[in-house]
Design a protein around this ligand. Structure first.
Ligand code: M6R
Length: 609
């Protein structure tokens, strides 16, 4: 997982490379580097650490040149260090490469290259690419890169530059994203659109196995065999501002506050005006298709996995279809019982998470129909799945996922209602009530966001505790899982979520005086039982913050503090209840001085296994 950029044109390449890398830092940020051709040779600058270290270096050196490539890294092979930073060069310094992904057969290739006399200077898998192109070069850069592509196994987006033919950049991709920005007398290469939208809105999105020769005036796309591929221009309609912080201190808080808009846009055009049904123009299901689904398997990672757990409640309770939820990295290795009567739903904000993509491919191989719920148009997962529902959350830059989660829940709920209508498992009035509730959600989310003072106070008060517990039953338990992940990943507080009824089977031993317990109690059908569990932790002198619905006077008797969300349907409560938990995690991280948008050891898009 890394970010890649490239530039060729009349301007100073280094300027775009740094600007583009800044927009891609969410893809990795343990080191960065650029390579610029100065008219006679390629000069490489790279450093371990955040991009600003490289930026300062580049400001001093001011590399001149009109073609260059750059990289921001998240370490996979070899620790973060100057030597392991990209770009990597061959022995002669005539070829440089940046790469995102993993070359699985790199050790075998490296041994062969060393035997032929190549000298390696890093521990990375990427460096073999530079030596391979050197090895294959016989006066034709393009032909040499084609041979490299034939040699390597694994996943990659890679971009090459050579002293021999500095009028072009050559790039290719397999299982990792790569876009080409089409300018006027200049062209750009990047892992992701935010890197180029300030320069151009016209792009080619490369598909797996494609290779492109990019000059300042032309872009030639072909498959690995060299057969030309005609590409459609993909016009980006995002607002450039949308990828910026827009006045907030961090992307995470900006994205938390964008949730009313993200919810509105995700439901836009999909809720019938008379509240009678869900409209999915993009889905082509018939009554018979839905009746044929014997099982749904939901596969995802991290926050998207937690959305999947909520989705299980939705699909089982509303559409009465059995659902399994798997962590994507486990799915492939447990011989899953999946066949042509299974619907595999994969959930991924980025659409690029390698484990989720691999699980999707596995489910397809086993015969399942596949449906992706993703936020990124044209992403690998979107392209691989049979059908796609896009959440309309807009770019999510903060590593901690927030608006993607709430919109994923909405996507799943709409799918459950859509299937329920085909299956006749819900009375019409029930469908209408939930749809009416969905229409109120943006203003209710806004209401929560208008009143955050109490949450800020709790964050200050408990932000330095070592441990925090989250408890809840049913859908509240699913939300508790997400609340604890949010707190862990950005504030580094040890946080655990438990099904409230499970505490007495072990975890209760950890509840001692003063330990904060966040108790979710929004689900009326298990409300009394949740209150009993709250009493259990109170009896052990825990400090309890109860999360209920407005008008709940009962909960106040048993907890130390309360946060009340607007009254809503039980299936919509998770979407509102998670917002105070996101805010709590955010303000706890700020209180502790943590790097909110770039938590240690994490990256936004995990494109390695
Ligand atoms: O892009 P994806 O939704 O596939 O990403 C999955 C996880 O890596 C992601 O949700 C991760 O858990 C977030 N950091 C959580 O905030």
């Amino acid at each position: 997982m890394c970010g890649i950029v490239g530039y060729i044109g009349p301007k100073q390449a280094a300027q775009f490379l740094i600007e583009g890398l800044k927009k891609l830092e969410y893809r990795g940020y343990d080191s960065a580097g650029i390579a610029v051709y100065d008219g006679s040779k390629i000069n490489v600058e790279k450093s371990v650490g955040r991009l600003n270290v490289l930026e300062k270096k580049v400001e001093q050196i001011a590399p001149k040149g009109h073609v260059g490539i750059g990289h921001t890294r998240w370490a996979t092979h070899g620790r973060p260090s100057d030597a392991n930073s990209h770009p990597h060069t061959d022995c002669s310094g005539n070829f440089v490469v940046v790469h995102n992904g993993i070359i699985e057969n790199y050790l075998h290739l490296k041994e062969k290259l060393i035997a032929k006399g190549h000298v390696f200077t890093s521990e990375t898998d990427t460096e073999v690419l530079a030596h391979l192109v050197e090895e294959h070069y016989q006066g034709d850069f393009e032909a040499a890169v084609k041979k490299v592509l034939a040699d390597v196994e694994g996943s990659y987006a890679m971009v090459f530059l050579s002293n021999y033919e500095p009028d072009k950049i050559i790039c290719s991709k397999q299982d990792n994203p790569l876009v080409i920005g089409l300018g006027d007398g200049e062209n750009f290469v990047a892992s992701d659109i935010p890197a180029i939208i300030n320069r151009t809105r016209k792009t080619y999105i490369l598909s797996d196995g494609e290779m492109a020769i990019v000059t300042k005036d032309s872009v030639w796309v072909m498959n690995r065999q060299g057969v030309p591929v005609s590409k459609k221009v993909f016009e980006v309609h995002w607002d450039a501002e949308a990828a910026e912080k827009g006045g907030y201190e961090h992307f995470m808080i900006k994205e938390i506050y964008e949730q009313p808009k993200a919810i509105r846009e995700t439901t836009a055009g999909r809720l019938a005006k008379d509240d009678s049904s869900i409209i999915f123009d993009e889905l082509k299901w018939t009554k018979d298709d839905v009746a044929a689904i014997r099982k749904i398997t939901i596969v995802a990672c991290g926050t998207a996995y937690h959305a999947g757990i909520v989705g299980k409640y939705y699909l089982e309770q509303l559409a009465r279809i059995p659902v399994e939820v798997d962590v994507a990295s486990e799915f492939r290795y447990r011989s899953p019982l999946v066949d042509d009567k299974t619907l595999a739903i994969v959930i991924s904000q980025s659409g690029e998470t390698l484990d989720t993509l691999a699980a999707l491919k596995e489910a397809k191989k086993l015969g399942a129909r596949t449906l992706a719920i993703t936020n990124v148009v044209g992403s690998s997962i979107a392209r691989e799945a049979d059908q796609v529902i896009y959440t309309q959350a807009g770019p999510e830059i903060a590593v901690a996922s927030t608006k993607a989660y709430t919109t994923q829940l909405i996507g799943l709920l709409m799918v459950a209602l859509y299937f329920a209508a085909f299956k006749g498992t819900l009375p019409e009035e029930r469908i209408q009530a939930i749809i009416r509730g969905l229409k109120q959600l943006p203003s209710q989310a806004h209401e929560i966001l208008e009143d955050v003072e109490a949450i800020k106070t709790f964050a200050k008060e408990y932000g330095f505790n070592e441990d925090v517990f989250f408890i809840g039953r049913s859908l509240d338990y699913a939300v508790a899982l997400e609340g604890s992940l949010k707190l862990k990943e950005i504030s580094y507080i040890h946080a655990e979520a438990y099904a409230a009824g499970e505490l007495k089977h072990g975890t209760l031993a950890l509840i001692i005086e003063g330990v904060p317990v966040i108790a979710l109690a929004t689900q009326r059908d298990v409300y009394e039982k949740t209150l009993s569990n709250i009493k259990e932790v109170k009896a052990r002198d825990a400090v309890v913050i109860g999360i209920g619905m407005q008008g709940d006077e009962e909960i106040k008797k048993y907890v130390d503090h309360t946060i009340l969300i607007p009254v809503t349907d039980k299936y919509l409560a998770p979407i509102l209840a998670v917002i105070p938990l996101q805010l709590l995690a955010y303000y706890a991280a700020v209180t502790r001085g943590a790097d909110v948008d770039k938590p240690r050891n994490l990256a936004k898009s995990v494109t390695v296994e």
